[in-house]
Design a protein around this ligand. Structure first.
Ligand code: NAD
Length: 368
């Protein structure tokens, strides 16, 4: 749908959405598709390449993406020891997603050149002796600072220790800047607050932290560079049971704007079944929580107590439904493992109807 609308409006649907999110300080985004070469042909798209809507929106809003599991009692996890949440804070500016990559079709020289108003500071030539590829990525100290600030705030608000991870042993200048910004901000501003709250901040190597996360019982905030966050937040989401059990909230650095979305993609496999008229068993929690978290933000901005109650009730009824054992296929597979049988799980329609029935009862009590 967005692809077709993007085509019709020359991608203005995305820039329009950005303006609206800024105006209302709130937005809910459905998963979107970044078309590849084949899709451009199949869907007869006008532009050679549509930029990723996610990258466009996140760059325009300038903030941090927070992923948090929805933990329901009685639902198994692929990593059973994770009894407490792992909150993933992902930097979303620059790096691979703001970089430029090129094809090297014949041997030649790729130069890294840094020119400022006062002259040329750095030049490095890579001699490439065969076909290949090259990429330039960058980041800015300002963006890293605002990211660090959000991560320290999230850790304090949630009462969890904070770990920032990097690969500074290999990227001695690039990742070192991230490490320094976090450490200086901690020393200058957050150390007394963390000590008072009996929390700690630590920098770790990303591979070391990935191994630690698997052994841990959860209960920490993990701040990650953009690419690491992209990959590891899906691994952590799956570890908690399913991508359908993760929330994804984008917080702008001025703290004003919130954009929520399901943590998963468009789930093409399920959509194709639906198109053929077959029953699906899609977990709706991540989508439901995207709506409640966004509306809750608006309720807080407007001091709208009724809206706040509305969102809390939806979350409560949704979690209760799962905790009573009404499981979609993803959760049933995780919970029953080898003993899984198709008749154990319920359909997308069934889970929505059970939640809706619970809501009817609760709304009747609250609002009538
Ligand atoms: P996906 O998350 O859509 O699905 C991968 C698999 O995970 C599914 O086949 C299913 O087995 C499982 N799954 C995910 N969510 C589930 C749920 N709620 N209930 C039950 N099972 C669930 O990832 P994909 O198939 O790699 O991507 C499909 C499309 O979505 C691609 O075009 C991709 O670019 C896009 N995508 C968009 C976003 C976004 O907009 N934020 C994120 C990821 C992928």
């Amino acid at each position: 749908m967005v692809l077709h609308e993007g085509n019709r409006t020359e991608n203005e649907i995305v820039s329009g959405a950005i303006e609206a999110i800024k105006r209302y300080s709130a937005g809910v985004k459905c998963p979107t598709i970044t078309p590849n070469e084949k899709m451009i042909k199949d869907y007869k798209l006008k532009q050679i390449i549509f930029p990723s809507p996610n990258v466009m929106i996140r760059s325009a809003l300038d903030g941090t993406q927070l992923r948090e599991p929805i933990i329901c009692k009685g639902v198994s996890k692929f990593v059973p020891k994770w009894s407490r949440p792992i909150l993933m804070c992902r930097h979303t500016f620059g790096d691979q997603y703001g970089g430029k990559d090129i094809m090297l079709n014949e041997p030649g020289t790729v130069s890294l050149l840094y020119t400022t108003d006062s002259g040329q500071f750095y030049k490095y030539d890579f001699d490439i002796r065969s076909k290949g590829v090259a990429m330039l990525t960058y980041n800015t100290e300002d963006s890293i600072k605002t990211f660090a600030e959000s991560c320290f705030k999230v850790a304090l608000e949630r009462g969890y220790p904070l770990y920032f991870t990097s690969k500074f042993t290999h990227l001695k200048k690039y990742d070192q800047m991230f490490v320094n910004v976090f450490q200086e901000m901690y020393n200058k501003k957050y150390k007394p607050l963390f000590e008072k709250a009996k929390l700690k901040y630590e920098h770790r190597l990303v591979d070391d932290m990935a191994a630690y996360a698997i052994k841990s019982t959860g209960g920490f905030v993990w701040a990650l560079k953009s690419y690491d966050g992209d990959i590891l937040s899906d691994i952590i989401g799956q570890g908690f049971g399913s991508m359908g059990m993760m929330t994804s909230t984008f917080l702008s650095h001025d703290g004003k704007t919130v954009l929520t979305e399901p943590a998963h993609g468009t789930i093409t496999r399920h959509y194709k079944r639906y198109q053929k008229g077959k029953s699906t068993s899609t977990n709706p929690l991540s989508t439901i929580f995207a709506w409640t978290r966004c509306l809750r933000h608006r309720a807080q901005l407007d001091s709208n107590y009724e809206l706040l109650q509305f969102t809390n009730t939806i979350e409560k009824c949704t979690k209760e439904t799962v905790e009573e054992g009404h499981l979609t296929r993803d959760l049933a597979l995780c919970t029953y493992g080898h003993n899984f049988q198709d008749n154990i799980c319920i359909s997308t329609d069934d889970i929505i109807n059970i939640i809706a029935d619970k809501l009817d009862v609760q709304f009747e009590k609250l609002f009538n």
